[in-house]
Design a protein around this ligand. Structure first.
Ligand SMILES: O=P(O)(O)OC[C@H]1O[C@H](OP(=O)(O)OP(=O)(O)O)[C@H](O)[C@@H]1O
Ligand SMILES: NC(=O)CC[C@H](N)C(=O)O
Length: 629
């Protein structure tokens, strides 16, 4: 592999509505809020392997004292390292000091009422400590200080960066987060200045005006102005020096964000169960930050959900449901099960209902829930088959009912994963090695040259996991046949809204499509489509269409699956390998509320996506290793 595929970030924000001493009385420590933030981040550990960071703001802190504290870590044990750093200065305190909220706020960092945490999978820029969020824009004016962290990917960072330069700014780096920070920061300065100029003639002192600005700052207006040109998937969290905070979500709802509020906390997180566990609140108490809206928390503690941009048709990322998020969200759990259940009939048909000689299993970890659903679906298929088989036997005057009734779905744990890391996001150099050693098998269950082994995985992207690891090691069990089942449809097109999968030639589905067209004598067509894509790129984003679709349209879905099976089968593999994919229709039925499926369907939710797919194809055809956006 030449390029690492990156994916999701996790965002958490907490606003304490009471003074720190309140939490001491009720929960036994004034640091309760901080502990909740730590726990929220731990619960969303799946969303970032590159690093983590947190920041806090103290409300109404006197001048001359630090009111913003930030800590970041990109150590290999970044979460432990981060929090060890945060708590370092608390370890030496007396029990009396540790239970005095007022004293802690006055004397120690990280004891603010507004706080934000972030887990990073980098999609842009390097994996350095400097690229870990939150990012800080400091000023001597409280109301102009800005802290930003996000789960986001924009398709037009270059354009946004250029705009900053044209405004006369000299951003110190070209990272996407700095670009967003500076963009919001620019309008924050402007809004603050506007309120200042408005009130100054009334004879207020500058100190008085500070409070007026804090009061009157219109965060909705600020975000409206700052985000006008954003094209992408984003959930951005922001904290402003005096204590206002916001979490804004893209207009198609691509990236997820949830929140809850009571009289003690306002808390936001990328995943719902993290909030449920940390604050012990039921499913119903948690709401989504609405697409195209910002949850705005004013310094006063007052919250509102305000639109900041024109809505787009909802296209919440379906990959969140299939793979990214932890599966302990009630809805995601049920959706994953449904994805598995819907594959059962295809599997039963592929093994010709020969349950006696079929072992079914899954690739840990994410596919486990879909596997539960597939088993339930197979149990239904088995019941149907039993009825039919009994009828058939009766009709022919045959016996053997006992055997039919005894037939079971042979559900076994065949593949084990050593270690908990997610290999999908590891960087390229370490991934190949990781993938080939991370899995092992259970010996002695699959009968040599008799059993068909069915293995469910959540997704096949590059096919590396299958080719370099799974198929090789399960072949040692000597199954007669291997059937790989994917709970996600074929991944055909690049993503640019969360995961950074922009190199088209790396998708095993793309490789299969290209091979089939070449074999079918349609090489010319590929060249023609390349020319069309080049022409398309000259149009504005809004006018572009996905040219690559025409290539896939030449082929049947099942034929692409067959070719993928061939590509993923290492040379010399004895058992026959087949692949069964989820259909897009079944995906949509399973996850009705998360209908963003551009990587499968090529239907992008924002104009920038169409440019990215055309550019990714052109890059591939020209042998360029350049990013597609
Ligand atoms: O086709 P590929 O490009 O190789 O990628 C797909 C694989 O990567 C993921 O595993 P990962 O180890 O990240 O996570 P998991 O333990 O959560 O399943 C996913 O579950 C697939 O197994
Ligand atoms: N996965 C993400 O959301 C990454 C956020 C941001 N694009 C970064 O690279 O840091």
């Amino acid at each position: 592999m030449s390029e690492a595929i990156h994916h999701e970030c996790g965002l958490a924000m907490i606003r304490l509505k009471k003074p720190l001493d309140y939490y001491n009385k009720k929960y036994g420590t004034p640091l309760h809020g901080l502990k909740c933030l730590q726990l929220l981040m731990r619960k969303m550990r799946n969303r970032g392997q590159d690093g983590a960071g947190m920041a806090t703001i103290k409300l109404d802190h006197p001048p001359g004292k630090k009111f913003i504290s930030r800590k970041r870590s990109n150590a290999s044990n970044y979460l432990d390292d981060l929090w060890a750093g945060v708590y370092k200065r608390f370890d030496v305190l007396t029990p009396e000091q540790l239970s005095d909220g007022e004293w802690l706020k006055e004397n120690l960092p990280y004891t603010g009422e507004v706080m934000m945490g972030h887990l990073r999978y980098g999609t842009h820029s390097s994996n350095a400590i400097e690229t870990c969020h939150p990012f800080l824009r400091q000023s001597n004016w409280k109301t102009r200080c800005l802290i930003v962290a996000g789960n986001f990917n924009l398709t037009n960072v270059n354009e946004l960066f250029q705009e900053l330069v044209e405004l006369g700014q000299y951003p110190k780096e070209k990272s996407d987060t700095v670009t967003v920070l500076e963009k919001i920061g620019h309008f924050l300065d402007d809004e603050v200045q506007r309120i200042h100029s408005w009130h100054k003639p009334d004879g207020h002192t500058n100190i008085e005006i500070n409070d007026i600005i804090a009061d009157e700052l219109d965060v909705q207006r600020l975000l409206k102005r700052a985000s006008k040109k954003f094209d992408g998937g984003y959930v951005m969290g922001g904290m402003i020096g005096h204590g206002d905070a916001f979490v804004m979500r893209d207009p198609a709802g691509i990236r997820p964000a949830f929140y809850f509020e009571d009289d003690e906390f306002v808390a936001v997180a990328s995943e719902r169960p993290a909030l449920q566990t940390v604050f012990d609140v039921p499913f119903e108490a948690i709401k989504e930050v609405e697409p195209g809206h910002a949850l705005i928390i004013k310094k006063s503690g007052q919250t509102s959900m305000k639109p900041f941009t024109k809505l787009l048709p909802r296209a919440a990322c379906s990959f969140e449901r299939i793979y990214f998020s932890r599966g302990n969200d009630r809805d995601i759990y049920l959706e994953r099960k449904e994805l598995g259940r819907r594959l059962a009939r295809q599997v039963a048909k592929a093994v010709k209902y020969d349950f006696d000689n079929t072992v079914v299993s899954y690739i840990p970890n994410t596919a486990e829930t879909a596997f539960q659903g597939m088993i339930e679906g197979l149990e239904d298929e088995l019941r149907w088959w039993r009825k039919k088989e009994m009828k058939r036997r009766k009709k022919k005057g045959k016996n053997g009912f006992g055997k039919v009734l005894k037939t079971k779905v042979r559900n076994e744990k065949i593949v084990v994963k050593d270690g908990k890391t997610r290999t999908f996001i590891a960087d390229t150099s370490s991934r190949d090695d990781m993938v080939s050693h991370v899995y092992d098998v259970t010996y002695g269950i699959v009968r040599d040259d008799i059993d068909t082994l069915v293995l469910l995985d959540d997704s096949i992207v590059r096919g590396t996991t299958m080719r370099d690891s799974i198929i090789k090691i399960v072949s040692r069990l000597r199954p007669k046949r291997i059937i790989i089942v994917s709970s996600a449809p074929q991944i055909r097109y690049p993503d640019c809204y969360g995961i950074d999968m922009s190199k088209m030639g790396e998708f095993v589905a793309f490789k299969a499509m290209e091979a089939l067209l070449v074999e079918g004598g349609k090489k010319k067509l590929i060249k023609q489509v390349y020319k069309k894509a080049v022409a398309e790129l000259k149009k504005p984003d809004k006018k572009q269409k996905n040219m690559v679709k025409q290539l896939y349209d030449q082929l049947k879905y099942e034929d692409v699956s067959k070719k993928i099976a061939q590509i993923m089968t290492p040379k010399g593999t004895k058992p026959k390998v087949d692949v069964i994919y989820q259909t897009i229709e079944d995906l949509q039925e399973s996850c009705p509320n998360n209908n963003g499926d551009w990587y499968f369907s090529g239907n992008y939710p924002t104009p920038g996506g169409f440019r990215v797919v055309n550019k990714a194809f052109v890059n591939y055809m020209e042998g360029s290793g350049e990013r597609a956006y």
